[in-house]
Design a protein around this ligand. Structure first.
Ligand code: CO
Length: 180
């Protein structure tokens, strides 16, 4: 993180904005624009008290995610053009939230561990194996790059429980569209 004034101009896209549903496109250039976007996404993520953020959540339909599962600077992670190679381990259930679904939390079942191939912000290829909470964060953010959302992963019971809140998000989106 730089010492510069934070650029909190990135707005978090909310369900059901269409960019969240599209499969994100790969990066071809590892340039300054990418580095600047990464910086701004971290600032947005920390300001929103999130542990991960995918580019479609700031309106950019590209295969990029940032994450920090502890909040410690050494745990900052940038995955460009990631490919989820494998998930493995025990399936665990954990309550997840999502900045694109404010106030909505739901239990999601995911495998304990995953292996991901990705590039860093400078274009170096890397392979990661994640476990536990970090693996969960990465799997959640990776879903965003495939257009898969929290609402798709929640149980029918949770979907029913959150029907009102989900409906309000859809209604807010419709109203914003009508004003635009
Ligand atoms: Co999310």
């Amino acid at each position: 993180m730089s010492e510069d004034a934070p650029q909190l101009d990135l707005r978090v896209t909310l369900y059901p904005e269409p960019v969240l549903r599209r499969r994100a496109e790969p990066y071809e250039a590892f340039d300054e624009a990418l580095a600047a976007l990464v910086q701004s996404m971290f600032e947005r993520m920390y300001a929103s008290k999130g542990v991960g953020l995918a580019a479609p959540q700031v309106g950019v339909g590209k295969r990029l995610l940032v994450a920090n599962h502890t909040g410690e600077s050494e745990d900052e992670l940038v995955l460009v053009n990631p490919t989820l190679k494998e998930t493995f381990g025990t399936k665990t259930t954990f309550e997840e939230g999502c900045l694109s679904f404010p106030g909505i939390y739901a239990e999601v079942v995911r495998p304990e561990s995953c292996t991901v191939e990705a590039f860093d912000v400078e274009g170096n290829a890397k392979t990661y194996t994640f476990h536990g909470f970090q693996s969960r964060v990465i799997q959640h953010e990776y879903d965003h790059l495939e257009g898969v959302l929290l609402v798709d992963r929640m149980s029918p019971a949770d979907k029913q429980r959150h029907k009102g809140a989900l409906g309000e998000l859809v209604e807010a989106y419709r109203r914003a569209r009508a004003r635009a």
